[in-house]
Design a binder for this molecule. Sequence first.
Ligand code: EPU
Length: 417
Amino acid sequence: MDKIRVRGGRRLSGVLQVSGAKNAVLPAMAAALLTPEPVILENSPQVRDVATMIRVLQRMGAAPARRDGARLELSVPAITSAEAPYDLVKTMRASVLVLGPLLARCGAARVSLPGGCAIGERPVNLHIEALRRLGARIEVEHGYIVAEGPRLTGAEIAFESKTVTGTENLMMAATRARGRTVLRNVAQEPEIEDLAELLTKMGARIEGAGSDTIVVDGVEALHGAEHTVIPDRIEAGTFIMAAAITRGDVRVERCRPEHLAAVLEKLRSVGVRMEVGQGTVQVMPDGPLSPGNLVTLPFPGFPTDLQAQYLAMATQAQGNSLITESIFENRFMHVGELRRMGARVDIDGHFAVVHGPTPLTGAQVMATDLRASACLIVAGLVAEGETVIDRAYHIDRGYERIEEKLQKVGADIERIH
Ligand code: EPU
């Protein structure tokens, strides 16, 4: 198993380029199940979750995916098996995104129920209940979601709470349902708008993506399309915080600052000096970081996927910061590892109090999930001495060659095989 070694103390300087968004490309790939024609995705990141999704699609009858750098071509001439098996779903929960498209295309799906994971229980009850409202018959049997619905019928559905992949699953299922589907209280993440844009290019009729109500008018069939995936706002935010914690001078390129509004506002309020340009954020060295409380929220709030990285940064602030994780019930697993590096953090349920400033010292630590590993890299960049992060495969799920990108801006970081 690969590890990542970081030696702290260097100020980052230079240019970092953001890859395509993992959480946008995964639903876009699932959308390829909706049509026998090819779906071409430009700006798709070369990360492990994308490779896993290719395997999921191939089990269902997809032709071998064709990749040329960031261009990914998928085609599913026919669904040969409408099953997403446990061995794949357990490695990537986002596999559940095939449920909606499979039902829409072939009226049946058998998808392993994802279990809990390192950040919480993460049930999919909202996906199931909403698909039932479209007329699907769904049972959970032997650990599988078994769904049937030869032709779904549009309905008015109000989600009890916001769910990103739940919204995406329903939007995809509704594209080929009979009549109109109105989805209320939906998630508003940019990745949902991006999926709606792709589906529209494929012939779907969708209004309102990005707002809290989405209206889908079902069509008979969808066709192939070509689409450029949006930049990864979480990778961009991680780079900005990596630059800020080292008091570095870094330009983050190929991002969408408008997708980062809450993040940029929070970082400015704790003393990170930044200039926003067309698709760029320039981080400039400035005085010490000040403490700042944070609450994670659905978009347009501060994303839970950047909470761990912010927490690492808060260890260097001149005072205490209160961090409230409101999306997932168990997303402070990185704190135990940060404590091994000297961080002083108290946790009580959804709350963490980070005592700053605390000098960090390099240590052997273990990545527990994707964003926790990003947090440990950010911390390692300012820790004195060497930090070795075990289980680097977590970071490879969602960051494209992160050590190579950070090396280019002067970080002392490498992969150990
Ligand atoms: N929830 C339910 N029932 C459901 C669905 C969700 O109770 O049926 C709860 C969840 O347990 C959680 C909250 O609702 O407490 C929000 O979960 P959501 O469904 O929005 O999360 P998700 O769709 O499973 C996506 C991202 C996550 C990101 C969250 C929140 C993808 C593939 N994954 O997950 O990304 O943290 O939204 O923004 O889009 C990551 O990239 O590291 C990652 C975990």
